[in-house]
Design a protein around this ligand. Structure first.
Ligand SMILES: C[S@@+](CC[C@H](N)C(=O)[O-])C[C@H]1O[C@@H](n2cnc3c(N)ncnc32)[C@H](O)[C@@H]1O
Length: 274
């Protein structure tokens, strides 16, 4: 069951996002075309394909995240909005931390679990359905938390930051990448209009974090628009490989992004829980 909090409107938006991602995750393994385009456009040639993902995380982003998390072997890492958990599992392997991955999509959670076992990380990783605002994790149970390109979907960013502060021990770090939203443009779009945060710093401060780093990831618009455009152009092949429902879910967000340009920046953020 999806764990949620917040208004009925937020929960409805969250259910729509979960259903869309369920459809995509159920079909993603069937599409060599999507895998190829994502690897070429978003991951980059040096990204280890066994940790492949559907964000814009590069190997450089992962190395920086691992170093900012400051985890020791045996620590607990919460991976939020982890999807099929390629990046989060890479971080667990790199740092020796035990991963608890959380995502809205039950299909993603199932696939992440299978993948952890296939990568030999089954004893070091577990996954559960939950949201940014209601992870289901205990107070101060994590030494670090991370997320890749998912926070922009949270319908209440302040609630999400408060939840991350609650599950982190004092001194634990939250290191994430996310898209800052252009409020005026996002206001016209479903899901992103729920809470179009242009800058994550105020809600991090209000939730009790000290900011360590807040940086725009250079050159971010190019891979985003180029990857989405190449995937939109490959629609026919994708439908043949994945089916209409999954492709409709996948392309609706991509078309919205290419046409509506709701993002003002992609940022890498590191913050310490006071
Ligand atoms: C662009 S994908 C990135 C997934 C993963 N981090 C990766 O690198 O492949 C965004 C993810 O955020 C999840 N998500 C969206 N809204 C969420 C929310 N409110 N709480 C938790 N996860 C959410 C989606 O289910 C999806 O798996």
């Amino acid at each position: 069951m999806t764990s949620q909090s917040g208004s009925a409107e937020d929960n409805q938006a969250t259910a729509v996002v979960a259903a869309g991602y369920d459809a995509v995750y159920a079909a993603v393994d069937k599409s060599p075309t999507l895998r190829r385009l994502w690897h070429e456009g978003a991951e980059g040639p040096d990204f280890p394909e066994e940790f492949g993902h559907i964000s814009f995380t590069t190997l450089a982003d992962l190395r920086r995240t691992a170093s900012e998390l400051r985890l020791a072997s045996g620590d607990t890492l919460a991976g939020l909005g982890c999807g099929m958990a390629g990046p989060a599992l890479w971080l667990a392997r790199e740092t020796g931390a035990n991963l608890i991955g959380v995502d809205l999509s039950a299909v993603a959670v199932e696939k992440a679990t299978t993948r952890a076992v296939a990568l030999g990380l089954g004893a070091q990783a577990e996954f559960r359905v939950g949201s940014f605002a209601a992870t289901g994790l205990a107070d101060e149970s994590a030494d670090g938390a991370t997320s890749e390109d998912a926070l922009q979907y949270a319908p209440d960013k302040s609630a999400a930051m408060r939840e991350v502060a609650r599950i982190l021990r004092p001194g634990g770090r939250f290191v994430f990448t996310a898209f800052e939203l252009d409020a005026a443009r996002a206001a016209l779009l479903p899901v992103l209009s729920a809470d179009p945060v242009e800058d994550y710093r105020p809600c991090l401060a209000d939730a009790g974090f000290d900011l360590e780093a807040y940086e725009e990831i250079g050159g971010w618009p190019e891979p985003t628009i180029a990857t989405y455009s190449s995937i939109i152009a490959a629609r026919e092949d994708l439908v043949r490989e994945m089916g209409e429902v999954a492709v409709a879910a996948l392309l609706s967000e991509m078309m919205m992004t290419v046409e509506g340009r709701p993002y003002r920046s992609r940022v890498l953020v590191a913050a310490t829980r006071k």
